[in-house]
Design a protein around this ligand. Structure first.
Ligand code: SF4
Length: 328
């Protein structure tokens, strides 16, 4: 026991101790931002979740290769792209078809930015969200970005994030993505002189790009508020469920979730019956469609509750899924 504790009693020194910092990784926060219940179920059933290993493993391999290529060719993205192209055929043979498609596209995309100075390549960036108090440690938010480049303007940077999955984001989705939010916010903390970020998601498997332009003045405060709310849900161990058809149909834990969207749960429970039901429904839909079209040909208008059908041209082409027959 030291002199302070002799005088004030055991544990008195704890009053002066700062509690340990709480480090929140962007990837961990992501599922809380989508649906806190999903994050909890993913932890609970982590050993039972079925994983489709090819795409994630391809992603790891391509990211690893890109990191080595860029770090060893810091001054020329052209050389880094050449390195990726040359090394791709050495990737595991079982992953090669996917890896070659994604890696070659990534190399082509990286070439477009030749001449831009490298700032960061897959290094963690940390920013303080909430300072430490007597009872809780400082809350830090960490993200890791694939590639951050300087531009000819001192207040503008470029962020590239490569994706090897099946998701094709629109530009609006890229702007609203939680990763864009945390990454930009962390970057504004690291680079006080930066105002504008040109953010590109390179969807390497699909050969598409999604773009978002972020402005400090417009976005920083809003992003901070969103991150704060996710951190609160994380720290309070929230178990709220936020079902939505699109979200639940891509969720890994739909089968264990009592709140899942009805259709997503039916599809997850028995995909074959679900697709068979869809095909039967589609066949009936096609018959009904033909009959209604024929009935409206002469300018007749057919009324239902709250609306009608006539033969005026459709404004948008249909974006429905189509069933492809397997020839035996
Ligand atoms: S199925 Fe839907 S509601 Fe349930 S955990 Fe997944 S995303 Fe959340």
């Amino acid at each position: 026991m030291n002199r302070i504790e002799q005088f004030f009693g055991t544990g008195a020194l704890d009053t002066f101790k700062t509690p340990e910092a709480v480090v929140l990784q962007r990837s961990e926060m992501q599922s809380r931002a989508d649906c806190p219940h999903q994050a909890n179920l993913c932890v609970k059933y982590k050993d039972k979740i079925e994983r489709h290993e090819v795409l994630p493993e391809t992603g790891n391999q391509v990211h690893k290769l890109a990191k080595v290529a860029i770090k060893s060719n810091e001054h020329s993205l052209q050389d880094a792209a050449d390195y990726i192209t040359e090394e791709l055929p050495k990737i595991r043979p079982d992953l090669q078809p996917e890896a070659l498609r994604a890696g070659r596209n990534l190399a082509n995309e990286i070439r477009r930015f030749e001449g831009s100075r490298l700032l960061l390549c897959e290094e963690p960036i940390t920013r303080s969200l909430i300072p430490a108090t007597q009872d809780t440690g400082e809350i830090l938010v960490v993200s890791e970005l694939d590639l951050v480049l300087a531009t000819s303007k001192q207040d503008t940077i470029i962020v590239l994030d490569y994706k090897t999955g099946y998701k094709d984001r629109t530009n609006a989705e890229a702007l609203d993505d939680f990763q864009t939010c945390v990454g930009s916010w962390d970057l504004w903390g690291k680079y006080p002189e930066v105002n504008t970020s040109h953010w590109w998601y390179l969807n390497t498997r699909l050969h598409t790009r999604s773009y978002a332009r972020l402005e400090r003045e417009r976005d920083e405060e809003n992003f901070g508020a969103r991150i704060f709310e996710v951190a609160r849900l994380y720290i309070e161990k929230s178990d709220e469920a936020w079902p939505e058809p699109k979200k639940c149909s891509m969720c890994d834990v739909t089968r264990w979730c009592k709140a899942a969207d009805y259709e997503a749960k039916k599809l997850d429970g028995d995909p074959k019956s679900y697709i068979d039901a869809f095909v039967a429904l589609e066949a009936r839909y096609n018959d009904m469609d033909k009959i209604i079209k024929a009935a409206c040909k002469d300018g007749r208008r057919l009324y239902g509750t709250g609306g009608y059908i006539d033969d005026s041209p459709k404004k948008k082409p249909s974006s429905r899924v189509s069933f492809k027959e397997v020839k035996s």
